[in-house]
Design a protein around this ligand. Structure first.
Ligand code: PLP
Length: 380
């Protein structure tokens, strides 16, 4: 037990390495892997995760901003990085200097990058995005081929890739097929006019699982790298589950155990009133650590290997759990918010279900107050 901590996340680097190896086998040797490490590597800690993924053979990184790109550069120079968001006008020079590949959706962006390339005497490798149904970034399918042809002619710009993004690959095969068909049309238009982008890509984690035909030249998994399956209405291939292991577990401690009598109210707002005599544990984690308050009165934690329900509102630094069924619960005991304990297990998806959100938000919400403790497969 980590007796020095009140609330902490343990990251199993061996699990990350194995997950990436599985992705490599699944995608096949021809397909490059861009691991998505935005938002502090989905809450796992960007620098440590980037270092581990470099050792384990990721081909590229995907980030959401230039600060994340800088952090990766500090770990390993020269690794290709794709910025998945659009650059703000004032970020363009930095992106060019730092050799971060931008995502381009419009001629205006292309022009700004071309002039920065000229000013800085530095060619820009870029990816053009095509909007096939996500509606967030990307040129329309009508304009995409023309935009790409123009970019090909522009001095200082080099087309490194063309990509799109699925809006609901885990939920809807029909709409995903439509997106795939639209992207395929753009690819054919380009080939017909003699343009061969080095890389076409479309698959996020759900795509890798449900749409192997869309793996193309590169895949962009995020959630799967961290060992978590995207949950939706589509059935996931059953052979996947045994191969992926969640890398992160999240733990805190019991700080107090007490008996309460029937009728006792618990926590802010008195949203829980004890229906009978109960034993209640106070825990050293709250929404200040990133545990979503929406889990109040619904979420469960593991204490003594058993699932215990959260009682009353989750507060900033503490929350309460029902330990009536855990006879030996005592101050100092380890509590699992996400992870395994004895025969019990709670996944990030479980927490997401209790908190009416998605596993991505549960992970990225774990706050900076929570130390990340790394185990296994340490850097050589
Ligand atoms: C975040 C992101 C991904 C990764 O998504 P997962 O569902 O976590 O695999 C892939 N591509 C783009 C463009 C993204 O923004």
């Amino acid at each position: 037990m980590n007796s020095a901590y009140r609330c902490w996340a343990e990251i199993d680097l061996g699990a990350l390495r194995d997950n990436l190896a599985w992705l490599r086998r699944r995608a096949g040797p021809q397909v490059r892997i861009l691991t998505v490490v935005k938002a502090d590597a989905y809450g796992h800690g960007l620098k440590q995760i980037a270092a581990l993924l470099m050792q384990s053979g990721t081909d590229l990184f995907g980030v959401a901003n230039l600060t994340e790109a800088r952090a990766i550069r500090q770990v390993g120079k020269g690794w290709p990085i794709l910025m998945l968001g659009a650059c703000l006008p004032e970020e363009i020079e930095t992106a060019v200097r730092d050799a971060v590949m931008p995502t381009i959706s419009s001629m205006d962006e292309a022009r700004l990058f071309a002039s920065a390339a000229k000013r800085l005497h530095k060619p820009v490798d870029l990816h053009v995005k095509v909007d096939t149904g996500m509606g967030r970034l990307g040129a329309t399918i009508r304009d995409a081929a023309a935009l790409i042809r123009q970019i090909e002619q522009m001095e200082g710009l080099k087309l490194a890739g063309v990509y799109t993004h699925f809006a609901l690959a885990e939920d809807d095969p029909g709409f995903t097929r439509l997106q795939r068909t639209r992207f395929g049309q753009v690819i054919r238009d380009l080939r017909r006019t003699g343009i061969h982008a080095p890389l076409f890509h479309s698959n996020n984690s759900a795509g890798v699982l449900c749409e192997p035909r869309s793996n193309l030249g590169l895949v962009r998994p995020g959630l799967l790298v961290y060992g978590i399956l995207p949950k939706g209405r589509r059935r996931l291939p059953s052979e996947v589950a045994p191969w992926l292991r969640p890398a992160l577990s999240w733990r805190c401690r019991v700080s107090l155990v007490k008996e309460i009598s029937r009728g006792t109210p618990l926590s802010y707002g008195r949203t829980f009133i004890a229906p009978r005599k109960m034993k209640v544990a106070t825990l050293t984690a709250g929404y200040g650590d990133g545990y979503l308050r929406a889990g109040s009165n619904r979420a469960e934690v593991l204490i003594g290997g058993r699932r215990c329900r959260v009682l009353g509102r989750i507060t900033m630094d503490q929350m309460l759990a029902d330990v009536s069924a855990v006879p030996h619960a005592k101050p100092g005991d380890e509590v699992v918010l996400i992870g395994r304990q004895g025969d019990g297990q709670i996944s990030a998806q479980d927490v997401a279900d209790w908190c009416d959100t998605v596993a991505w938000e549960v992970l990225t919400n774990i706050s900076s107050r929570v130390p990340r403790v790394y185990r296994g497969a340490q850097a050589a």
